[in-house]
Design a protein around this ligand. Sequence first.
Ligand code: FES
Length: 906
Amino acid sequence: MSHSVALSFEDGVTRFITCEDEQTVADAAYRSRINIPLDCRDGACGTCKALCESGEYDGGTYLDDALSQSESDEGYCLPCSMKPTSDLVLQIASTSAVAKTQAARHDTVVTAVEKLTPTTVRLAVEAPAGGTLAFLPGQYVNITVPGSEETRSYSFSCVSGSDELEFLVKLTPGGLMSTYLSDTAAVGDKISFTGPHGSFFLREAQRPALLLAGGTGLAPILSILRTMAAESSTRSVHLVYGVGTDDDVVQLDELAGLASTLDAFTWDHCVSDPSTTAANKGYVTTLLNDAHLNGGDVAVYLCGPPPMVEAVRTHFTEAGIEPTGFYYEKFAPSSAAAKESLDDDTDSATEVLANDDRTSTIDAAVATADADVVPAASADLEPALDGRSIFGRAVFGSRVKEPLHKRDTGFSASDEAETMRAIAGQRVAVVGSTADQGGLDEGSDLVLTPEAHSVAAQRIWSSRDIQPLVVRSSEAPPVSASSSGYEIGEEHPSVHESDAVFEARRALELGALELVIGRLSSQQISGYRLLAETTTRYVDGDRFVDAAAYTETNAAFHDYLFTQTGNEHLLQAYRALGVKAAMEEVLRNATWCDPLCAQDHLDIVDAFEAGDRERARTLIADHADRSKATMKRAMHESRSNKRPRFVSPGRFAGKVVLITGAAQGIGECVARRIGAEGGSLILADRSELVESLTEEFRHDGVDATPVIADLETWEGASSVVDAALAAHGRVDVSIHVVGGTIWAKPFAEYPPEQIEKEISRSLFPTLWSCRAVIPHMIERGGGTIVNVSSVATRGIHRVPYAAAKGGVNAITATLALEAAPHGVRVVATAPGGTDAPARRVARGPAPSTEQEKNWYQAIVDQTVESSLLKRYGTLDEQAAAICFLASDEASYITGTVLPVAGGDPG
Ligand code: FES
């Protein structure tokens, strides 16, 4: 039994969690990603002390030092030890902020303001004292512009651990930071920033890297190169640096110096201004050649505006190259900033556009790479918040006050489409937009379907998206993290494959490690350990005790590390990989788990507690390998389990077989067997799962056509037959499986609406399907209909369902009479209890109250008792009977309902 616990924080925020039987409140809170104060986790320190406003609980065991008798009498309690016995309301002695990911704030002073060229300034500040700041090469901070409340974002161009932090700023007339730097900035000025932010950073790998920098997008690339130099990296790296005018060219001497330090580093640069004196005139894509792409086995790191990202992506597509990793940080300028820049220097606005007709038609305003930020008051945008601008360019706030296309900005609706906010790889129009989203997605590598594939800015995979992960790779979805208008993303052509998912997770975790190792407090370690320990409950040696619970708690464990970085983008990037969704799909019925997987979690926490960086790195890498092994074994077992146990080769060769309810359970099993026996399949279901099943069949060489339809309606049923006739011109066999009990209860307890729904679910799909297909079979002068009934016509606690299945029996008998003269057979099976994996799409709500569970259990007991074999049947046993009746082997059987229930005649 579960209880709802309201956690009321000091700042007035209340969060609700569900606490299961025998689960402590702290455990439930951490699994819900709410990190309440915690230290000993054992009732010894009192850190977690809370006040219970209402409800009953078992306080557990604890020391008096942690909670005195008088405190207990007053209602104080220890969430690490207490287990609710009713719903609770607890006052938590902290603010809700402890549960959130928050970037640290740093106060420092300016150490250098150096005008490198007429358009670009090098800004340096003192590194915060005490080693409190660590960042990854490629990350950025949000700097509060002195004398204002506004923040602007700039990437580090230096190495983490430097005494002086360095940034490159493109000057834009009127820009807030530009004005400060040009007019008043001086060494010694106080300045503050938050960060580090962003998930754009160099991942550890040996494969060659291709770095592409547009304008002052050079800053994070410099940080990457300087870090590699500091580490004496031997990794092969090539940089292409593109700018608009000669004035924008900076740090060439620095790049030359890096090239002399790094043996495997080469670079080139170009200027798009036709009057340039640079050796290369043009855009970054003109300097890319096959050697840089290494046949696709290359990690591309690109920092530039959206058109540059798209131009490079297009270049790769046209070259037939899919980089193993494509990491990008792109941004869109504010309308006002763009317009300012246009007024100022239209040419520079197109500095990094590819030499490509399609992209070069994009309005110059959109292509502005180095527009400085502008005051919020003139930007027509929400005041900038953390993460809403990057590299000094304002980006869209969470809400644009007015549709961009209605303002005098030079933006058209199509331009707007290019600058639409991208959320987790799926473009989303601004409020009030008239841009055509459908057209936008067409032909792109973005999500094609209009339905949302992202939740709370986190891309999720539906089950059918996941299916290819299990069997093969097909396309490369973008994996992006976007918080507020700009987009950081990564793409991998093979991310559907579980190995790629776990390798990407490992790369992110190794980055997160660098940010937090040696910096976690004892309370943070306690929370981490609590989550690690929780995962161990769901494995026993090399067996999953509960794979679903393991997946859930494992996700909470891995989330936690990213949460502790204080960097929301890293957390989003991790979640966007879809590790949890992939595990949920693959491990649903898994039994084997690498025996060290859960132990790894505990060991990783130990390594973090000890500040043992190398040990933590090794464990994270090994854990990724063990996760991959667990997934691979589960996929193999899943494929083996799906193979039909019995097959009569060629029995349905040349036959067109329509199956309703084909996505799961008996219908799916029948489809697998008939597919294996040579039949051409029409797979009908209300669930989209039928599409992924079809893909799997086609991959195995089985002819299959999916039809999504609501078979409770005449329109749905007739559309399925229409689709079959359109695909094959005939239906030889029609197998009607749809149906099933929704609720289990005595008849007197059924409200009328539930009775109607039961009848609609279990009678009409067969009635309509028979009606839809019979004219065609009569016209052809042959065919077979197999209906799936039930022995529940004599079962308890499901009278409406039994009535529906009695109707199926009647349809079978009477239609057989009418159809026999036309050479059409109509038969049925009546399954008894059948063991099947948990349904991916539930028929109805699971029994929740004790009474409902008892009613359901009574059905189970009666089903087993009435079977002479005293057991449930299997899917294979049900499919065997259906396939026999559907085949020519049963050519002398019609009008019969065959019980398949271990001797229960129904
Ligand atoms: S008493 Fe609960 S964390 Fe120590």
